[in-house]
Design a protein around this ligand. Structure first.
Ligand code: ATP
Length: 286
């Protein structure tokens, strides 16, 4: 196991652009019972930016997403969001701070119509009087949702269900969106549409943490990338800084000329970014 590779340019969340991170994980460890899944994971997402989180199956990507949303507790380390320490806070409180998570699973109420789904979220977040305006916005952004406003969400196609979930995020202008394999199982044309919608969400000012099997698509959208291997960060930096090496990093192959191996933090505000020391990845503690 090599030390984390950090981009020559300082990488994501570095202090060079003057903006502090919106989301920051510092030396986060997490476990499922006796099974340790994350080891000293540190990463940062800057306001208005997208960070792609990539890694092989079982590397710990979804666990990071769950830690961020408060669904899995940390066993060590800290999570900060929008200037607050949210370590150990319950998921509903984190959601109230403007952080949403969408997964490939059903993120909608299947038995309710498209309009009922949207109305429910908008009424809760905005109050009854602003629902009509929010619906107009949602249908303007996603005309297909307008066409299907009376259809049960459960009978929408997988891609349309993602659109419905993204319409809520776009209209409610969430500060942060964690996207875990949102395009899983979709036909290529729907993957394209989901990405077009994510681009709009990003352009509206929402920051993204993007976990995606279509790594190339994720890297097209993202500014920065973190590569996880066996629960540890092996790269945290800009997408440009890892060009051509992503496959090697994901598969744990040292590339020719790779500067991994003792490279320290290249400045930035994140302190000790990535993992430290070596290890064997996820393992039972018992
Ligand atoms: P994939 O790309 O295959 O979805 P991932 O990178 O998202 O993988 P995680 O789902 O975060 O990986 O899993 C990280 C490790 O934690 C894996 O070894 C997995 O088996 C283990 N794990 C995940 N969820 C649980 C759970 N509920 N109980 C026990 N172990 C779990």
């Amino acid at each position: 196991m090599t030390s984390p590779v950090v981009a020559e340019d300082g990488g994501a969340g570095s202090a060079d652009d003057g903006a502090g991170p919106l989301l920051e994980l510092r030396d986060v460890c997490a476990a499922y019972g006796p099974y340790e899944a994350l080891f000293d994971v540190s990463l940062q997402v800057r306001p208005g930016r997208a960070l792609a989180l990539v890694g092989a199956n079982g590397a710990g990507k979804s666990t990071v997403a769950r830690v961020v949303s408060g669904l899995v507790p940390t066993t060590r380390g800290a999570v900060r969001f929008d200037g607050r320490d949210i370590t150990g806070r319950p998921a509903y409180e984190i959601a109230r701070l403007g952080l949403s998570q969408l997964t490939e699973g059903r993120s909608v109420f299947a038995s309710l119509s498209v309009e009922e789904n949207l109305t429910l979220s908008f009424r809760r977040a905005l109050g009854r009087r602003r629902v009509a305006g929010a619906l107009d916005q949602a249908y303007a952004a996603f005309p297909r949702m307008g066409e299907r406003r009376t259809q049960s969400a459960g009978t929408l196609s997988g891609g349309e269900q993602r659109m419905l979930a993204l319409a809520r995020v776009l209209v409610l202008r969430q500060k942060f969106l964690v996207v875990d394999e949102l395009s899983f199982g979709l036909a290529p044309v729907m993957v394209h549409e989901v990405y077009a919608a994510l681009e709009r969400v990003l352009a509206s000012g929402t920051s993204l943490l993007l976990i995606e099997q279509h790594v190339d698509r994720a890297l097209e959208l993202a500014d920065d990338v973190v590569v996880l291997s066996k629960g540890r960060v092996v790269y945290h930096g800009t997408v440009a800084g890892v060009e051509g090496r992503i496959g090697d990093l994901v598969l744990g192959r040292p590339a020719v000329g790779d500067s991994a191996g003792g490279q320290g933090d290249h400045g930035g505000s994140g302190g000790d970014r990535g993992s430290r020391g070596s290890g064997d990845g996820p393992r039972p503690t018992a």
